[in-house]
Design a protein around this ligand. Structure first.
Ligand SMILES: Nc1ncnc2c1ncn2[C@@H]1O[C@H](COP(=O)(O)OP(=O)(O)OP(=O)(O)O)[C@@H](O)[C@H]1O
Ligand SMILES: [Mg+2]
Length: 196
């Protein structure tokens, strides 16, 4: 059974592509994995020929065919805007990840994405992932309270703002940075657990 993980947020630059790459890379040692880049200008698609551990599939118009692709895990990355594909993609997904930074404005920006997930009745399969958290800071309580009203799951693992993560796509992973790898392993576990 193929598991489909949708990584989405209408806001740009929150780490959708980066987290898709890293999670796919991390899982690929034990499973057959693809990343489907629904961003027409998608940067991941440009890495297609460089990446060997998993497949990168460029933009596809035929969403119905996605579930027939023969993989254990398919990560679908969306562009940073609303598209009429988004509802269909949410319906396909076993899990929806919403990466976000932890600023107050970032929290305001998440509302439209969460509302769409709600209107698709998928809130129970969605999880917010805090990304680019400054090292040695904790999330402020107002951010967490702000999210609470949405009744959406929040990943226990927070991903730090780390240079090794910025470089990870180029260097095909973060193995050399123990802290980054530990965070990624924890997030991978949470994702796999949420898929069971
Ligand atoms: N945890 C992190 N630490 C440091 N840099 C990060 C981290 N996560 C993402 N970045 C960097 O932030 C930038 C934006 O990330 P990314 O392109 O993955 O976001 P995106 O949500 O896919 O953006 P878009 O919506 O424009 O496609 C990139 O330069 C990436 O390397
Ligand atoms: Mg992207």
């Amino acid at each position: 059974m193929t598991k489909i993980i949708l990584i989405t947020h209408q806001k740009g630059g929150v780490g959708k592509s980066t987290l898709a790459f890293l999670l796919a890379q991390n899982i690929s040692s034990n499973a057959k994995v693809a990343v489907l880049d629904m961003d027409v200008q998608g940067s991941l698609s440009q890495l297609k020929d460089l990446v060997t551990d998993f497949d990168i599939i460029p933009y596809q118009d035929t969403i119905e065919k996605i579930k027939d692709l023969e993989y254990d895990f398919i990560f679908i990355v969306t562009p940073p805007y609303l598209s009429n594909h988004l509802s269909k993609l949410m319906q396909l997904a076993d899990l929806i990840l919403i990466p976000t930074k932890a600023g107050f404005l970032d929290l305001l920006a998440i509302e439209s994405t969460i509302n769409l997930i709600k209107s698709e009745s998928k809130i129970g399969q969605a999880m917010v992932v805090f990304n680019m958290i400054k090292v040695n800071t904790t999330l402020t309580i107002d951010i967490l309270i702000g999210l609470e009203e949405y009744n959406i799951k929040i990943a226990n693992t927070h991903i730090s703002d780390l240079v090794s993560i910025t470089r990870s796509v180029l260097e095909k992973g973060i193995k050399s940075n123990k802290n980054a790898q530990r965070q990624l392993d924890n997030l991978t576990k949470e994702v796999l657990t949420a898929l069971v």
